[in-house]
Each structure stands twice: as structure tokens, then as C-alpha cells.
Write a protein that binds this ligand. Structure first.
Ligand code: MV4
Length: 446
């Protein structure tokens, strides 16, 4: 078992990892920027190291700083959390080179699945259905035009180094390709340092369903079921739930087995999430793989009873999984709301000091947060204040519990998206489970 883990992150996810370490009896090292000196994750860690100024590029994205902090404190493990460097092959490679165990997949897996075209190839080879698209990135706009004749419209232009929807362009007609292509190229080069693009057939208003997997170093792979993440706004997930309202047990077993085989085929280790789109004829297509712990991991934890972070740490410590696939049983239904310090109407960030922070408890409620009364929501980082998760024996009970928990959650001093969730949880389509990725467009317009 690793003895001391440095958490290369901040906010609620840093605290979440620290909690898992404390329960495992593993010592922890928090890193913090000058803006996070009084943050809760620093308070609950055994040791802390300031790694630089508030600006993320000089602190939480600063690989030499983070690796040095691990070396001076003698940490033998490093958990990257999500966001920041959580999918960075550079951080993983630096950790490996310094004999520090990166709690995540190997550098090769990070590189393979981080390249969205290579990932598509690998999944197709492993028997996972992928969307019709270009096998190789078109070398020029001319090649893209040629590919569009074969694929038909609508098309979506994506960055091979991208993911999470950044730099994507949806194209409905041949006349739009040239402009969309050059804009996407510029955006991708600026955002990822790599302007390489590829094309896929665009699916209108799909459902967004992702499978959680765990794989140890001995080749054991299990999936922990799926999460439905169709309630999104500009690629920011707002509400996630498990299980999905549309997947039958048969579909879950079939897709889960396919994902497990693909994970084995690419030699993936530790926790990972494989995203799919489901079209209106209930066909599934692989979208992308996330080689990190995800924000929404708690909904899977609530329905399976498995602590995914502890499993990550055990796998990284060389332990084999302590359960088989047939021991993973989904119980009930869980829903998560991401409470952001943003205007509930415009989604404009609302940094500032939280004057009153009162969170609900009661049956089936979990609140993952590092916020507290007098804590500061910094303008330097993302606006996530807390994740409110409700679990019930079925979706209706989870909704009823989420409604009352939203009514009991008090955050004063900054705007939050709580009022938006209160409305969504009264919406008939939402309550009936009629979800897809266009839900928020329609909901907002109404
Ligand atoms: C798509 C798609 C439809 N067709 N790809 C890619 C990143 C992921 N987070 C969302 N992505 C999508 N890829 C094809 N071929 C639909 C999405 C998608 C989406 C796209 C635009 C606006 C919002 C979206 C929300 C969820 C999924």
C-alpha cells in the first residue's frame, strides 16, 4: 500500500481524495496556490506545500513544482484528481521518472486515449461501435470536403487533441465547411497546441451515456455500470445520474462486456470512463475515453457502494480487485447536481466570499464540497462549489430527496445554480426521464 499520497489538485476533489486516504490510513500531502492558503483540503491533509501563485499555469499546472513537492515530502504516490493535469502524460511521465506512483493509467494509455483518432481506431479494433468518420485526420480542407461527400451531413469537426466538446464545430452544409474548419483549427491549436482535426457524422440530440470501469495490474477488469449525463450546457455537465433511464439490464450487460473487452485490449489500468452517444434508434457509438476520475463519480459510488477513489489507490498500490463483475450490484438510483457559483440564468461566474453555507443531510443525501462559511470562491479556478447527490430506492425517491435537499441548501454571498436545479426538478420531461443533450436548450428557451 502506498504510504504517502500527494494530491495534485484543489477544491472538493482534493478533499475527496484526502478522505479516501484517511480511511485507508495513508498519509497525505496537499499542494496549494497562494490563493488557497486557507482552503479546506490544506486543513485536512497531513502536510502541505505551497506550489506557486494563484494563476493555475504557475501552480496547479506546474509539473516541476508538483513533482518537487512530492520529492521534498517523500510522497510515494500522486493523485491528479480531475481537470488540471489529470490526463497529462507529462505529469505521469515525470512521476514515473522520479519513482512516484501516478494514481491513474499508464503514460501509454494516456497518450493513446488522449488522441481521439487513435482512441477511435483502438476501440473499433476492439469491437466497439464508433461513429462513421474519417479514419485519419484530413490533411487539408480539400480532403475534408472529399470526406464530407462520403459521410453526408450534418458533420461535426473535432480536435484530435481535444475532448469534452472544446473546439468542436457542427456543420450542416458543404458551404459551411471551409470557415468552420479553419476556425476549429485555430481554436484547437490555441487550446491544445495541436490543430489536428477529424470529422464524424453528427448525431442530433443524442443521449450521453458513459461507463465507469476499474482495471487492476493483474488484468482484472470490471465495469460499475453507466451514468447518464445528458443534461449539459455548452459541454458543462449539470446533472448526472445512475443508472440511465433508458438502458435495460440486457443492454447494460452487453455494452458493459464490450467496454471491459476494449479496456483489456488496450491494457488500460486504474479507473476510466468510456463515453457513448445513443441515437434515437438506441444504437450506441463510442465517443471518447476519460482517463481520469470524473466529477460525477459519486453517483456510481452511491448505487454500487464501491469507493472508486479507494479502489484507485489500491490498484496503484499493486493490489488486485477484491470483487468480480457478478458482485457489482446496482442498488437504487442516484442523481448529482453540480452547484456552481454562477448566475442561474446567464451562467456568468460569480466569485466572492460565501457568507452563509448551510448544507442538508438526511436520508440518501451526500454533499461533496470544500466550501464553508467565509470560504472564498476564487476567480482563478472553475466555479464548482459543491456536488449535491441524492440516492433513493428508485428514481422518484431520488428526485424527491434531491428536491428537499435543494430546498435546504443555503449559499449566500455568491450566486449559485441552485434556483435552476429547483426548476429542473419540477419539469415534467425531466421527471419522466425524457432526457437528451438538447434538454437544456429547450429548457432555457422556455
Ligand atoms: C458528438 C455529438 C453528436 N455527434 N459527436 C463530444 C464531447 C462530448 N462531451 C460531447 N460531444 C458530442 N459529440 C457526434 N458525432 C454530440 C456531442 C454532445 C454535444 C455536442 C454539442 C453540444 C452539446 C453536447 C452535449 C453532449 C454531447
Amino acid at each position: 500500500m502506498l504510504t504517502k499520497i500527494l494530491i495534485a489538485n484543489r477544491g472538493e476533489i482534493a478533499l475527496r481524495v484526502i478522505l479516501a486516504c484517511r480511511e485507508l490510513g495513508v498519509r497525505t500531502v496537499a499542494v496549494y496556490s497562494e490563493a488557497d492558503e486557507h482552503a479546506l483540503h490544506v486543513r485536512y491533509a497531513d502536510e502541505e506545500v505551497c506550489i506557486g501563485p494563484a494563476k493555475a499555469s504557475e501552480s496547479y499546472l506546474n509539473v516541476p513544482s508538483i513533482i518537487s513537492a512530492a520529492q521534498v515530502t517523500g510522497a510515494d504516490g500522486l493523485h491528479p484528481g480531475y481537470g488540471f493535469l489529470s490526463e497529462s502524460p507529462y505529469l505521469a511521465e515525470a512521476a514515473d521518472a522520479c519513482g512516484i506512483t501516478f494514481i491513474g493509467p499508464s503514460v501509454d494509455s494516456l497518450r493513446l486515449l488522449g488522441d481521439k483518432v487513435r482512441a477511435r481506431h483502438a476501440m473499433k479494433k476492439a469491437g466497439i461501435p464508433i461513429l462513421p468518420g474519417t479514419a485519419e485526420p484530413p490533411e487539408s480542407i480539400g480532403e475534408a470536403l472529399k470526406a464530407s461527400r462520403r459521410l453526408g451531413f450534418p458533420l461535426i469537426i473535432k480536435a484530435t487533441a481535444g475532448g469534452g466538446g472544446r473546439g468542436m464545430r457542427i456543420v450542416y452544409d458543404r458551404s459551411e465547411i471551409e470557415t468552420a474548419w479553419s476556425m476549429a483549427q485555430r481554436e484547437a491549436a490555441a487550446a491544445f497546441g495541436d490543430g489536428t482535426l477529424y470529422l464524424e457524422k453528427y448525431i442530433e440530440s443524442p443521449r450521453h451515456i458513459e461507463f465507469q470501469v476499474l482495471a487492476d495490474r493483474a488484468g482484472n477488469v470490471v465495469h460499475l455500470g453507466e451514468r447518464e449525463c445528458s443534461i449539459q450546457r455548452r459541454h458543462q455537465k449539470l446533472i448526472e445520474e445512475a443508472p440511465s433511464t433508458v438502458l435495460t439490464d440486457r443492454q447494460r450487460r452487453k455494452l458493459g462486456k464490450t467496454v471491459v473487452n476494449a479496456v483489456r485490449a488496450v491494457g488500460y489500468q486504474n479507473a476510466g470512463t468510456f463515453e457513448f452517444l445513443m441515437d434515437d434508434r438506441e444504437r450506441f457509438y463510442f465517443l471518447e475515453a476519460n482517463t481520469r476520475l470524473q466529477v460525477e463519480h459519486p453517483v456510481t459510488e452511491m448505487v454500487t457502494g464501491i469507493d472508486i477513489v479507494k479502489e484507485q489507490i489500491r490498484i496503484a498500490s499493486g493490489e488486485t480487485l477484491s470483487f468480480r463483475q457478478d458482485e457489482v450490484v446496482l442498488m437504487g438510483h442516484a442523481i448529482e447536481c453540480r452547484i456552481n457559483a454562477e448566475s442561474p440564468d446567464t451562467f456568468r461566474p460569480s466569485p466572492g466570499t460565501i457568507k452563509v453555507f448551510s448544507v442538508p443531510g438526511g436520508p440518501g443525501i451526500r454533499m461533496d464540497t470544500a466550501a464553508h462559511t467565509d470560504s472564498v470562491v476564487s476567480p482563478h479556478y472553475d466555479s464548482l462549489v459543491a456536488k449535491l447527490i441524492a440516492h433513493g430506492q428508485d428514481r422518484d425517491e431520488a428526485i424527491a430527496r434531491m428536491r428537499r435537499a435543494l430546498a435546504m441548501t443555503v449559499v449566500e454571498g455568491v450566486d449559485t445554480t441552485i434556483p435552476l436545479y429547483r426548476k429542473i426538478f419540477e419539469d415534467q420531461d425531466f421527471i419522466a426521464g425524457r432526457l437528451n443533450t438538447s434538454f437544456m436548450n429547450r429548457f432555457a428557451s422556455e
